[in-house]
Design a protein around this ligand. Sequence first.
Ligand code: EPZ
Length: 423
Amino acid sequence: MDKFVIQGGRRLAGTVHVSGAKNASLALMPATILAPGRYALSNTPVLRDVATMSRLLESIGCTTEHDDHLLKIDSSHVTIFEAPYEHVKKMRASVYVLGPLLGRYGRARVSLPGGCAWGPRPVNLHIEGMRRLGADVELDGGYIVAKAKRLKGARILFDVSSVGATGNVLMAAVLAKGTTVMENAAMEPEITALAGFLVSMGAKIHGIGSSTIEIEGVDELHPADAATIPDRIEAGTFLVAGALAGAQDKTVRVERCNPRHLGAILNKLEDAGARLTCGEDFVEIQPPEIIRPVNVTTAVYSGFPTDMQAQWMALMSLASGTSIITDTIYFDRFTHVPELNRLGANITIKENVATVIGRKELTGAKVMSTDLRASASLILAGLAARGTTEVLRVYHIDRGYERIEVKLRGLGADIKRMSGEEF
Ligand code: EPZ
């Protein structure tokens, strides 16, 4: 398994390009099941999770070709309606095939997702949504087994705002008979992008970008192409790198991003003392002289994203005081804390609240990746720590960041990927 070896203390400056959004691609790709034909999804990032979704689509009969960020999918010959455990255990987002298989073919057999580094991460809202649309859904041997002659429009009120459940129900409802109204729907940009893609395929959707989405079912859809939106979490991660390890008299310029998707993150970076310049598709950050402690409570969009919680904690580890970080989306998404503390951070957890007492400096050590965003947090801390940091099991980070070590080296970081040894 690969590891990263980081010599901390280098000051970063220069320009870094953001890739397409992993969590948009993971929704657009299964949507191609809804209408047989050929699709071209541009700006699709080259990531392990995208490859996992491609393998899953191929296992049901699609063909895929991913060449220089253009992902071509042909869904003309879907003949299998199953997402086996082998795929779903690798990536929870595999459950996204449930809605389109049910909506287009009236049947689906999808493994329940296994646990992840933090969990549980249930799919009850996905299942309840399909039932509300008239599907017969049973749980059998760890699988969701669903069937429906044809789904029927319904009113669906989500108890909890869920990105995945909103995406799945959206993809199921577009071919249902009648109108569906989803309330308390997720408003994340990746869901807005999915809805826009479905409209380009002929779906009739109103209220896109709001928490009440109305879908008028149609009898059939047609293939379309799409340009994947920029990854707001990757952009936020590089901005935190600039705040944490940027050169005082220089800037880190994060390009090909969408500043309008970054509002909560930019506000908190300014509160921490960073100076920001925003353009149409870039944000430039000048690091704070002194990192001010800033409390964060994660929330659904457009609040501070839970996917930036670990990265923020790395920054606050070097703040000039104490900060409180609360995750209201996942109550136990803190596997990065013991690893950050190995680097000299002073973080304690009580339920879903982390108290971070800022330190003057961190000291390099061997640390273990446990999940995607935890890995990012450890890399960020390693960039600022004195001495050498080894981040083990970086296959986690390859799930969601495209060649992160190459991009960071482009900003002046001393980070190398070492492969091979069993760590
Ligand atoms: C999506 O996961 C993202 N993944 C996650 O990003 C992100 O952390 C999460 O949304 C929250 O923003 C993808 O888009 C592929 P949810 P998802 O359903 O859809 C509860 C990353 O790092 N819930 O919005 O699985 C759930 O437990 C990944 O890129 C239910 O109770 O998240 C959580 O508390 C990690 N029942 C809350 O809702 C359900 O049926 C939000 O989860 C579904 C969810």
